[in-house]
Design a protein around this ligand. Structure first.
Ligand code: AHG
Ligand code: MN
Ligand code: MN
Length: 336
């Protein structure tokens, strides 16, 4: 159908609208989308493609890697290293940054990704995803190093995720709202299926791993306890709960119908600020959520304002429908 708008056309139009995105960034996003398409094919093959199960190795976070974690990481690196649009990449699955090899031209962008989010769901055929974030190299920088990546999330120039579920959906922002693209497998291209995504400000649905309740801090206990009291409690309404254990899938539900997602600090690992990673999980999701009218904090401050100090830094996350995020945040002490 001629009225269908492909991702390529959407990006070309974003480039033309007052030079909203430069040509190099457009190219970069096309390449990331192509990599996601290829990951989607691998995910779909499942056992037939020999992609399920453990790789019997550990990443820098001390997590056991699945075969698909490694495959997705390689797909993203190989797709992006030669195009000339990037200076370096960083990934959940690599301890150090990956500088574009000297045999290829270097560009001005930095790409970060969680190649395969929701790894515990791979083998059980539940939705998983890829999350990515794009920054610009700091100006007047002569050589790229890890320090160049340590920019607050508000400086992202593009962010998105791809959810590999019953459909493969790419969700993207370049700072001009949020657009969703569905993979048309016959055509082999992403087609625009929703523009100007808006998250309802109010919700009756929360997403949190309830099995950790006894380990949470008081403000999170209070917020969830009040939701659980339903109509008879201080909130005066009943709440529903969802927890997919793939951040991409939980955030995608919130993008679609609202809700609040939390992965707070807890006492199991008191020295870590949370489970999720700031640079390639929380920041891109926070920007997408804000661009769709929602909010994202760590309980004390806006996630996008956090000054990172390490590539694999972790963070507490509260994100989703604005009024709920603000209420849960108000139970914490603000950062002074
Ligand atoms: P990853 O698979 O990239 O390590 O991320 C998993 C994350 C996130 O997707 C999800 O919200 C959370 O871990 C689930 O954690 P629990 O298993 O503790 O519920
Ligand atoms: Mn993840
Ligand atoms: Mn991952």
């Amino acid at each position: 159908m001629s009225s269908k708008i492909s991702l390529s056309r959407y990006l070309v139009e974003q480039q033309r609208v007052a030079g909203h995105i430069p040509a190099e960034l457009r190219l970069l996003l096309e390449v990331v989308a192509r990599a996601c398409k290829s990951i989607s094919h691998a995910v779909n093959k499942g056992a037939l493609g020999g992609v399920l199960g453990s790789a019997e190795s550990e990443n820098v976070q001390g997590e056991v890697q699945k075969k698909l974690d490694i495959i997705a990481n390689e797909v993203l690196i190989e797709a992006n290293e030669w195009g000339g649009h990037l200076a370096a990449m960083a990934s959940e699955e690599m301890e150090a940054i990956y500088v574009v090899p000297n045999r290829y031209p270097k560009g001005e962008y930095l790409l970060m990704f969680d190649p395969l989010d929701g790894s515990s769901n791979i083998d059980v055929n539940v939705s998983i995803g890829t999350i990515f974030s794009v920054l610009r190299m700091p100006e007047d920088d002569r050589g790229v190093d890890e320090g160049d990546f340590l920019q607050p999330g508000r400086q992202q120039v593009a962010a998105g995720y791809c959810v590999y579920g019953p459909q493969t959906t790419l969700v993207l922002t370049v700072g001009d709202g949020v657009a969703m693209f569905t993979l048309d497998r016959e055509q082999g291209s992403f087609v625009l299926t929703q523009e100007n995504v808006r998250i309802p400000e109010d919700t009756r649905e929360f997403a949190i791993n309830m099995s950790n309740m006894r380990h949470w801090d008081e403000p999170v206990q209070r917020y969830i306890n009040e939701c659980l009291q339903g109509k008879d409690g201080p909130r005066g309404k009943d709440f529903n709960m969802r927890w997919i254990a793939s951040m991409v899938a939980d955030v995608h539900r919130i993008m679609t119908r609202g809700g609040v997602f939390m992965y707070p600090w807890d006492k199991r690992e008191p020295n870590k600020p949370g489970k999720l990673r700031l640079m390639y999980e929380a920041n891109p999701m926070a920007w997408l959520i804000e661009q769709a009218g929602g909010a994202a904090t760590n309980g004390h401050q806006r996630i996008l304002d956090i000054q990172p100090s390490a590539l694999h830094e972790r963070v507490s996350v509260i994100l989703g429908s604005k009024n709920e995020v603000e209420l849960a945040t108000s139970y914490h002490t603000p950062k002074v």
